[in-house]
Design a protein around this ligand. Structure first.
Ligand code: PEP
Ligand code: MN
Length: 457
């Protein structure tokens, strides 16, 4: 081994042992749900040694910046919009797909910003959303369940479903490429407000939501002309947008390998915002222990069985210093339960003085199987859960801080309803998701218009 290489390995070992001192390996001894069935643990270690030394996907200062911005959402001075695929896949990690998803998210953000006059913090489910929790270890065919491209392959074949740690390297490479491309496009004027029209896809423009969007785009043009006519200088903020990356922190091996020390603190640098899912939020479990030691803003999904005391315990564990913006609780209770379950949770947490961002995921509590066997969601139930969430917060005087949706920029037929009135029989026309059904662009825009109205109150 040459001197330089030896130095860099030594440096890595030293900083890594400091992470261990900070407790970043404690999760290994704790009960862990959804552990990937790795056939060979030593192969996992080899991969993690490699990932421990690669350039990270995001930088610590960006993570801090997002946490500070989320603090505004805590106080009702900003709204967070999180959206993207349920599961990213390696084959769909293309320029076309990433840009289509980003445009749809940015269009939603324009509608919310303009329609409700509120700053919108934009967060994509991208550049790392490659793992999925599963409710059963085997699927309908009796094969090991697909756990996301980071773990195994979706093909219904026993060999393809064997967990392969080398996939973590591919996931990292894909995430790095995705983040790099998005940074370049966004920095290069893709999200320039002067070009809002060009984000409207042809297949959407002719729809009711697309027409409403064009109307907003025209108003924005007029506002920009007004600014110019007054001789005011236009700010850089009109030409660029920051899009933060997020994913579920499920594969702890991957998360640990991409954690780095900065200013004596541990940062999970696989993405800006990391969340813990409904199936892995056990208080004494590995996942919560791990993220509790990171400086990142952290989200936790809270389902219909969450008690007010559960929520309180999450706050104590994940944000003991009560830093605003540090913790986001993402309710996903289903439209039939949100009005009953969320209120007491919000009330208890608020009364205890805990600062959290309250985000609504109206997707995961509203999944059902269609008459022809597709996993789907009805647009009306999605809208109704968001409505219930707003009602609860209005009643309690707390702040509805954000929306978390599964969407795509393609004109898929995965969710029912909306102005297109997608029905069960239409689902097979363009059903492409690797996991859960996503809102298509028109449904996403329709939802944004409705949420803008709710935000205006
Ligand atoms: C998800 O966000 O894709 C997910 C699995 O959510 P939840 O943990 O809320 O079921
Ligand atoms: Mn999902």
């Amino acid at each position: 081994m040459g001197h330089q290489l030896r130095d860099s390995v030594d440096l890595h070992r030293r900083s890594d042992s400091r992470l261990t001192d900070l407790g970043l390996d404690r999760w290994r001894d704790l009960p862990r749900a959804q552990t990937p069935p790795w056939p060979d643990p030593s192969a996992v270690d080899e991969v993690c040694d490699v990932l421990g030394q690669v350039p990270t996907i995001v930088a610590p200062y960006e993570v801090d910046q997002l946490r500070d911005r989320l603090a505004l959402a805590c106080e009702g001075q900003a709204f967070v919009l999180v959206g993207g695929d349920c599961a990213e896949t390696f084959v769909d990690n293309t320029e076309h797909h990433l840009l289509a998803n980003a445009r749809t998210l940015l269009q939603m953000a324009v509608v919310l910003t303009y329609g409700a006059s509120v700053p919108v913090i934009k967060v994509g489910r991208f550049a790392g959303q490659y793992t999925k929790p599963r409710s059963a270890a085997t699927d309908a065919l009796g094969l090991p369940s697909y756990r996301g491209d980071m773990i195994n392959a979706i093909e219904p074949d026993p060999q393809a479903r064997v967990a392969d740690p080398r996939r973590m390297v591919r996931a990292y490479a894909n995430a790095a490429a995705a983040m790099n491309m998005m940074r370049a496009y966004l920095g290069g004027g893709m999200a320039d407000l002067h070009a809002v029209h060009t984000w409207n896809k042809d297949f959407v423009r002719i729809s009711a939501a697309g027409e409403r969007y064009e109307a907003i785009a025209r108003e924005i043009d007029r506002a920009l002309s007004f600014i110019r006519a007054c001789g005011m200088t236009e700010d850089e903020a009109l030409r660029t947008v920051t899009l933060y990356s997020s994913h579920e922190a499920l594969a702890l091996e991957y998360e640990r390998a991409l954690t780095r020390l900065s200013n004596s603190q541990a940062y999970g640098l696989s993405g800006h915002f990391l969340w813990i899912g409904e199936r892995t939020r056990q208080l004494d479990g590995a996942h919560l222990d791990y993220v509790s030691r990171l400086a990142n803003p952290i989200g936790v999904k809270i389902g219909p069985t969450t008690s007010p005391d559960d929520a309180l315990a999450l706050c104590a564990k994940l944000n003991p210093d009560n830093v605003p913006g540090k913790l986001t609780l993402i309710s996903r209770m289903g439209n039939h339960k949100v009005r009953d379950v969320l209120g007491p949770v919000v009330e208890k947490v608020t009364t205890a003085g805990h600062k959290v961002v309250w985000q609504c995921d109206p997707m995961h509590g509203n999944t059902h199987e269609s008459s022809n066997g597709y996993k789907t969601r009805h647009f009306d139930r999605v809208v109704d859960e968001v409505l219930g969430y707003f009602e609860v917060h209005r009643q309690l005087g707390s702040h509805p801080g954000g929306l978390h949706v599964e969407l795509t920029g393609e004109d898929v037929t995965e969710c029912l309803g909306g102005a297109q009135a997608i029905e069960d029989v239409n689902l097979p026309e363009k059903y492409e998701t690797a996991c859960d059904p996503r809102l298509n662009t028109q449904q996403s825009l329709e939802l944004a218009f409705l949420v803008a109205e709710m935000l205006r109150g």
